[in-house]
Write a protein that binds this ligand. Structure first.
Ligand code: CAA
Ligand code: FAD
Length: 387
């Protein structure tokens, strides 16, 4: 497999510095309280909108900043280094809107991308259901045509930022006899009559990002809100994940970098046996391994981002699916290892909420589960390799 060369430009590095400055000043101080209160950090959203980092991927023709995939990865990575929950603002705005960018009519793009770019509303992505997680095509939510409208009924589960987002890409069955080819994608608005939300899930981590059901009861929407042609919704949903699993990789990299940076500072300060614990080779080897795993995952993620960018501009990239799954899988596994080791390096203190690494370890876990579990990523990679 050939890897296109990606080269973070001077602009990418300047962007990283700008996001890191904002994250250090405004987001890091909110990370523990967002976790403890389990409340969406609306002030962080405002700060991200003011800096134009909330949905930086939206093309300029729809009022966005037009950042490329690598720039978007860098933004998510730097926000996640401070607060994983907050990093889901740009990540899920991308997840919700890529179906439109890939498949929607120009009218639909103009109507819905501009408000997201302005910061007037966020976009969520509703694929999963209670009995259709890994097997997403087993969904039951129905959309039935009625003249020039569709009527949606069903419950989408586990939807990130549900209740906060104004807009939802909802996958629903339009032809129950056609399997995955009978699924279509729609834009649903929070204000559409019949849309309600379940209670917030009580989670291990990313507690500042609400996860709720989106309940659709006789939600009547214009047929023009269908994204692409009838029956193409599942393909659009999976093609979207080819681009956005890379953003979950970015989130994992950021969480891991935050934990590694904190642990390095700590071992240089903490003394046992009359010397800094950083002097002990056993810990030095742990730190070397943590940084090695992180950098390997970062290189894979940036290579995947370069492929995503090519594909977004119409160049067929046959191994994008492999790279996207590989990046998500490698970065999330690395993040789980690195954050767990960071807790170990802080000893008993690492196990308490007085230090941020226990939150980072809890936050890292979700990156191995959502946007497809890492078992599903391995299945997707193997299918690509064996076909
Ligand atoms: N791009 C475009 N089309 C694709 C595709 C891709 N990457 N992969 C498959 N397809 C097409 C296939 O060609 C097929 O179309 P045809 O019938 O026309 O040939 C159709 O999609 C169905 O494909 P499969 O037969 O491979 O489908 P499957 O039912 O076996 O399932 C799966 C495939 C990989 C398991 C998929 O269901 C999957 O990825 N599951 C995991 C679900 C997931 O990732 N959910 C994420 C939810 S979002 C989230 O979690 C949010 C968050 O992080 C914040
Ligand atoms: P299951 O599919 O029941 O899997 C259970 C176990 O079985 C896992 O270990 C899995 O890897 C394994 N497994 C299943 N099938 C296979 C197989 N064929 N081979 C090997 N192992 C297998 N979804 C959305 O649509 N939008 C969102 O915004 C969203 N946000 C989320 C936020 C959070 C916090 C969480 C927890 C989930 C979110 N999800 C979202 C749903 C997420 O994508 C699913 O939870 C995930 O895809 C797994 O589905 P499941 O939970 O039903 O697990």
């Amino acid at each position: 497999m050939s890897v296109p060369l990606y080269s973070p430009s001077e602009e990418h590095e300047m962007l990283r510095e700008a996001v890191r400055a904002l994250a250090d000043e405004k987001i890091a101080p909110r990370a523990a309280s967002a976790d403890e209160s389990e409340e969406f950090p609306a002030d962080v959203y405002k700060d991200l909108v003011a800096a134009d980092f909330h949905a930086i991927h939206i093309p300029e023709e729809y009022g966005g900043a037009g950042a490329d995939a690598l720039a978007t990865v860098i933004v998510i990575e730097e926000i996640a280094r401070a607060c994983a929950s907050s990093s889901l603002i740009p990540a899920v705005n991308k997840l919700g809107t890529v179906p439109l960018l890939l498949s929607a009519s120009e009218d639909l793009k103009a109507q819905y991308l501009a408000p997201v770019a302005r910061g007037d509303g966020m976009f969520s992505y509703a694929l999963s259901e209670a009995d259709a997680g890994s097997d997403a095509a087993a969904m039951k939510t129905r959309a039935v045509q009625d003249g020039d409208h569709y009527v949606l009924n069903g419950t989408k589960s586990w939807i990130t930022n549900a209740g906060i987002s104004e807009y939802y890409t909802v996958m629903a069955v339009t032809d129950p006899t056609a399997g995955p080819r009978g699924i279509s994608a729609f834009v649903v608005e929070k204000s559409d009559p019949g849309v309600t939300f379940g209670p917030k899930e009580k989670k291990l981590g990313i507690k500042g990002s609400p996860t709720r059901q989106v309940i659709l009861e006789n939600v009547r929407i214009p047929a023009t809100r269908m994204i692409g042609a009838p029956g193409t919704g599942f393909k659009t949903a999976l093609a979207t994940l080819d681009h956005t699993r890379i953003t979950i990789a970015a989130q994992a990299l950021g969480i891991a970098q935050g934990a590694l940076d904190y642990a390095i500072d700590y071992v240089k300060q903490r003394k046992q046996f009359g010397r800094p614990i950083a002097d002990f080779q056993g810990l030095q080897f742990m730190i070397a391994d943590m940084a090695m795993k992180l950098e390997a995952a970062r290189q894979l993620t940036y290579a995947a981002a370069a492929k995503s960018e090519q594909a977004m501009h119409g160049t067929p990239v046959k191994d994008l699916t492999f790279f996207s799954s590989a990046a998500k899988c490698a970065a999330s596994d690395a993040a789980m290892d690195i954050t767990t080791d960071a807790v170990q390096l802080l000893g008993g203190y690492g196990y308490t909420r007085d230090y941020p690494v226990e939150r980072m370890m809890r936050d890292a876990k979700i990156t191995q589960i959502y946007e497809g579990t890492n078992q599903i990523q391995r299945m997707v990679m193997a299918r690509q390799l064996l076909k």
